[in-house]
Design a protein around this ligand. Structure first.
Ligand code: AMP
Length: 216
């Protein structure tokens, strides 16, 4: 089988994590979310987690050496052999260049979304403590309040999903992460998708793209 090494990128709240989870299910490749890896490190209280926490709480990027270390440890695991979907990495050019030294990437999916929608999307987001499934109080509410439909775990609002932090995260995205669109465009591996409909409609677009790009 050909490898399927994918980056999914977009502004915070663009729905990249949700779409990444669909791809995981469909293609059986792992999702590597540096945000999830960092939150896990914060939760277990590792030294690295403590260093990362203050940056995450203010909506700025965690230093590259910390994130790159986490990524390196994850990507060498056996389940990543045939591919993976990177969600939230790389976030700047230094990380993109570092990734190039580690492995080649087959496809970068860039999700475009209207900025006006993002704040509402992010502040309404609820995440499962147990399985990381994502819900939205208005757009994809759980059947039972604050309970995960999939595993019955309790839902919470991420510390950095508050309005002030979200504004900082959007600024960081605009100034530091967005230039990656050009970087990958120049390499000929970028595909832009507009997120202007429902989660399902976006899923259709992503699926169609993957079928075309990864046919045997
Ligand atoms: P996310 O879950 O991808 O929205 O990430 C949440 C927070 O974790 C971000 O606001 C950053 O503080 C931090 N973070 C996640 N991925 C990275 C990365 N690749 N580089 C630096 N910081 C990151």
């Amino acid at each position: 089988m050909n490898t399927m090494k994918i980056i999914i990128q977009g502004a915070p709240g663009s729905g990249k994590g949700t779409q990444a989870k669909f791809i995981v299910k469909q293609y059986n490749i792992p999702q590597i979310s540096t945000g999830d890896l960092l939150r896990e490190a914060v939760k277990t209280g590792t030294e690295l987690g403590l260093k990362a926490q203050k940056h995450m709480n203010t909506g700025t990027l965690v230093p590259d050496d910390i994130v790159i270390k986490l990524l390196n440890e994850r990507i060498i695991q056996k389940d990543c052999q045939n591919g993976f979907i990177l969600d939230g990495f790389p976030r700047n050019l230094v990380q993109a260049q570092e990734l190039k030294n580690i492995t080649d990437i087959d496809l970068v999916i860039n999700i475009n979304v209207d900025y006006g929608l993002l704040i509402e999307r992010i502040t309404g987001r609820r995440t499962c403590k147990n399985c990381s499934s994502i819900f939205h109080i208005k757009y994809s509410p759980p059947k039972e309040v604050d309970r995960c439909d999939k595993c019955s775990g309790s839902l919470y609002q991420r510390d950095d999903d508050t309005e002030e932090t979200v504004r900082n995260r959007l600024n960081t995205y605009e100034n530091v992460t967005k230039p990656l669109i050009d970087y990958y465009k120049k390499q000929g591996i970028l595909e832009n998708l507009d997120s202007d409909g429902s989660i399902d409609e976006m899923h259709q677009k992503v699926s169609k793209l993957l079928v075309t790009r990864f046919k045997e």
